[in-house]
Design a protein around this ligand. Structure first.
Ligand SMILES: Cc1cc2nc3c(=O)[nH]c(=O)nc-3n(C[C@H](O)[C@H](O)[C@H](O)COP(=O)(O)OP(=O)(O)OC[C@H]3O[C@@H](n4cnc5c(N)ncnc54)[C@H](O)[C@@H]3O)c2cc1C
Length: 453
């Protein structure tokens, strides 16, 4: 029987960020995970001269907490930001790649948006803010900017982040920065300008739009966190984990890799697992109390790493290429990883990550590897101007619970989480069931838990 003050379930980014900060505060804690290695969905593989990610590929330094964490880990790993070409993103329209405009002139000239919507945009700062906190993203964008902005800017952007559907996501939960811009300043454009002018707090300035990875891949971030938390703090490969409530806190039982029973008594318990795993993990909680949390839908996604020793297609001079749903293609987007970071592919080669599936294309998840390869062959030959499709690396990764979709039922989920945390002293329900789905959000949350627990 082990004893600890704080037990974290999940050695993913949320759990290990929390562990890193608890270690800094010299708190007594342990981390437990069913997997043999730390990282959760984050992982990096190397094959020959190719290095590819098996989960997320890049993050954004969108919260000051990300910059702080990388600074604190600088002796254990090398943080890297993407090449300047990452500023450019292609969007497919009528079968042709168009660069997503970033400035006013580009915005006026681009064929992505209709003339009517470009004119309408002039009136955006004067449009009244929405009143419905559960308005969908699609309705919000239509109301403020117009249909063509929804179809050729927001839809591909949402596919790139959520593999989701703007008609189902609710900005208050899914894109809180955008939602708050409208609520606080009354306009996206005016709000962004005013916010930038007001921004002289050095702490807030640490948040940028920079795209990040880590030398050697994101797996190294997780190894660095493990080292800084203390490798002996991570109990890995523990199966059948089950939590029960005791007078003093919680008792966790599990089975070690050599078949022994492990018992840990803890005063405080931090769960970072997905909503789908909670019921089995914590049978002491009544099913009805977990209902609203379990309703959280996770979309399935196929991720494919494709590498070429000698690249013969169109120039990969951007972050990547996004494909709006209305273009009716079988892939969601392509990230040009070897254009962003060094060491991902041989010198004249290319490494890219392709995403398929998502909320509106679950049918593709039924395809076997051979059929997926066929889809990729057709799509990449057309979209990247390849004469033939004979990659030197092709790794297909299926993610069953990839990205949670923050929809209109989020309010009830947040209330259920709050209510359970009040009912069970010392229990923290965290992870991507709340507070955002990106790596930056997970870092921010992990740090916050360590601060408040
Ligand atoms: C395919 C994919 C692509 C992504 N792309 C990006 C991207 O480009 N940029 C970005 O910012 N974010 C991206 N994300 C999101 C980002 O990866 C996640 O937000 C983040 O890594 C989640 O970290 P976490 O610790 O909250 O959860 P996880 O990584 O899921 O960790 C949870 C841990 O809990 C453990 N666990 C679960 N159940 C149990 C149990 N019953 N007992 C014991 N342990 C258990 C798991 O084994 C796991 O290790 C992507 C995610 C996926 C899946």
């Amino acid at each position: 029987m082990l004893k600890t003050d704080i037990l974290i379930i999940g050695a993913g980014l949320t759990g290990l960020t929390c562990a890193h900060y608890l270690a800094k505060k010299k708190r007594d804690f342990l981390v437990i995970d069913k997997l043999q290695e730390v990282g959760g969905v984050i992982g990096t593989e190397t094959e020959g001269e190719f290095m590819y990610e098996t989960g997320p590929n890049t993050g954004v330094v969108s919260h000051p907490e990300v910059a702080d964490l990388f600074d604190e880990l600088k002796n254990l790993m090398e943080f890297e930001t993407a090449d300047e070409s990452a500023e450019k993103r292609y969007v497919l329209k009528d079968g042709k790649w168009e660069a997503l405009p970033s400035g006013l002139i580009g915005g006026v000239l681009t064929p992505l948006f209709s003339f009517k919507d470009k004119l309408r945009l002039l009136g955006e700062p004067f449009r009244a803010p929405g009143k419905d906190p559960h308005e969908t993203l699609a309705d919000m964008v239509r109301r403020r900017m117009g249909e063509s902005f929804l179809n050729y800017a927001v839809d591909p952007f949402i596919l790139g982040i959520y593999a989701g559907d703007p008609a189902q996501l609710v900005p208050k939960y899914a894109l809180p920065k955008l939602y708050n811009l409208e609520q606080e300043y009354g306009s996206f454009i005016g709000g962004a300008i005013k916010k930038k002018k007001k921004e002289n707090d050095p702490e807030a300035k640490k948040a940028t739009r920079k795209i990040f990875s880590v030398k050697g891949g994101l797996g190294n971030l997780m190894q660095a966190l493990k080292t800084s938390a203390g490798p002996d703090k991570c109990l890995l490969g523990i199966s059948n984990i089950e939590v029960s409530k005791t007078d003093a806190g919680y008792l966790i039982k599990g089975t070690t890799t050599d078949g022994k029973t492990l018992e840990i008594a803890t005063k405080q318990l931090v769960s970072t697992v997905g909503s789908y795993a909670l019921q089995k993990l914590m049978p002491f909680i009544d099913d009805s109390e977990l209902d609203a949390i379990e309703k959280l839908h996770y979309t399935r996604v196929i991720e494919v790493a494709v590498g070429f020793k000698q690249w013969k297609g169109r120039p990969l001079d951007a972050f990547g290429a996004l494909i709006p749903h209305r273009e009716k293609r079988d892939i969601l987007g392509i990230m040009f990883m070897s254009s962003l970071f060094e060491g991902r592919a041989p010198k004249d080669g290319a490494l890219m990550t392709i995403f398929m599936g998502g909320v509106r294309r679950q049918d593709l998840l039924d395809l076997d590897d051979q059929a997926i390869k066929k889809v990729l062959e057709k799509e990449l030959k057309e979209l990247l101007e390849l004469d033939s499709f004979d990659p030197d690396l092709l790794k297909i990764m299926r993610h069953e619970y990839a990205i949670p979709q923050y929809r209109a039922d989020s309010k009830e989920r947040y209330e259920a989480i709050e209510s359970l945390q009040n009912e069970y002293k010392g229990l923290v329900l965290a992870g991507n069931i709340r507070d955002g789905i990106g790596m930056a959000d997970r870092i921010k949350q992990g740090k916050m838990i360590a601060k408040t627990i």
